[in-house]
Design a protein around this ligand. Structure first.
Ligand code: 5GP
Ligand code: MN
Length: 343
């Protein structure tokens, strides 16, 4: 855990400030929940707070309290730049390095003269003036809860804050089932329910938001599933053509990779998604046990993340990317065979 200059930050925040809070590109539940949860808290403390996101986020997250106040850097660029012009301090949430916000926003952030505060649970974070980094944490939302507690303001957590933070903890832990879920995670969740998070409705808002076309895309993805028992590996592909055929919208592929990992005996699950807009193949890696997909994604696919959940990309076609991937597996045969000991 790294906690850098916290007391100084606490003192700095005694005065009302203009604050911008930023999440990563392709924001997920933890990015949205943590940024908006922190915004609601700062607003209560008398600060002016604006949340900025590099690009759009899935429809199933649009119900989150404060969602309508978020500016997108790709679409509402003027509003974003206006907020950045008057900012005193910028909070970076749920990502570890500037490049995770995409090139355009990265270029802008690199010209900023103000101080940055990082609150994040990804491995190998870059260095910023103020930092709260903890790779043991289930989610950035759990860290925002801790941050508010460290500020001595746990009592200020209201229903909106609790709802935002509950959502991100829930989505980043796969509904409290991944290894990152600790007894402390459950204690935080219990407290958030006491403070007004309507857990049943949050689960329903996030999980029961399928369109028919999303389910049909899932059907296609599952019929593309390949299983390689000798490497305890399973992977799924989704092409641009398949996305078009099933009327793809943002978020439709979220979570599909977990089906690869749900096969008995599989410890390494991967999904390859063709992305014509960016001209890349986007990859999500998931593992069970000691096999680190963070290291694998960093080494071969220009990515990173956590030990058991990481992402990456490739400039090769989807077919070539899969070929590269399968050719790497023999090097990891032993590691994959021993990655997961059953109870
Ligand atoms: P997902 O597969 O759900 O997109 O991402 C899994 C985890 O890996 C998330 O924590 C995400 O922030 C991280 N991640 C995803 N894509 C990338 C990437 O291209 N680079 C890095 N460094 N991390 C990524
Ligand atoms: Mn996260």
């Amino acid at each position: 855990m790294i906690l850098k200059q916290f007391d100084k930050l606490k003192e700095y925040l005694l005065q009302p400030r203009n604050i911008v809070v930023i999440g990563h590109r392709n924001p997920d539940g933890d990015a949205i929940g943590s940024t908006l949860g922190l915004k609601h808290y700062f607003d209560l403390k008398g600060h002016q707070t604006q949340v900025l996101m590099p690009n759009e986020y899935p429809d199933f997250l649009h119900w989150i309290p404060g969602s309508e106040t978020v500016y997108r850097f790709d679409r509402q660029n003027k509003q974003c730049l206006r907020a950045l012009r008057k900012v005193d301090i910028i909070f970076l949430l749920d990502f570890n390095a500037f490049h995770r916000v995409g090139t355009d926003m990265q270029n802008t952030l690199e010209t900023m003269r103000c101080d940055f505060v990082l609150i994040d649970h990804h491995q190998q974070p870059d260095d910023f003036t103020y930092m709260y980094s903890d790779t043991e944490m289930s989610s950035t939302c759990q860290m925002v809860y801790n941050f508010i507690a460290k500020m001595g303001d746990k009592g200020m957590i209201n229903k909106d804050i609790a709802t935002c933070l509950y959502t991100g903890i829930m989505t980043d832990t796969g509904s409290f089932r991944f290894r990152s879920t600790t007894s402390q995670t459950h204690r935080v969740i219990a407290d958030l329910i006491d403070k007004g998070a309507a857990n049943d409705r949050i689960h329903s808002n996030v999980n029961d938001a399928n369109s028919q076309s999303r389910l049909l895309l899932l059907g296609q993805a599952l019929s593309n599933l390949q299983v390689l028992p000798e490497f305890k590996t399973a992977y799924i592909t989704i092409s641009e053509e398949e996305k078009r055929k099933f009327n793809y919208s943002k978020g439709d592929t979220e979570g599909i990779v977990n089906y690869a990992l749900s096969i008995k005996g599989i410890v390494f699950g991967v999904i390859f998604i063709e992305d014509a807009e960016q001209g890349i193949t986007k990859i999500s890696f998931r593992s069970k046990g000691t096999f680190s997909v963070n290291q694998f994604a960093r080494k071969y696919f220009n990515g990173g993340g956590h030990d058991n959940a990481a992402g990456g990309k490739s400039n090769l076609s989807i077919e070539e990317t899969v070929k590269k991937f399968t050719s790497l597996l023999p090097n990891y045969a032993n590691e994959l065979q021993t990655s997961y000991a059953t109870l």
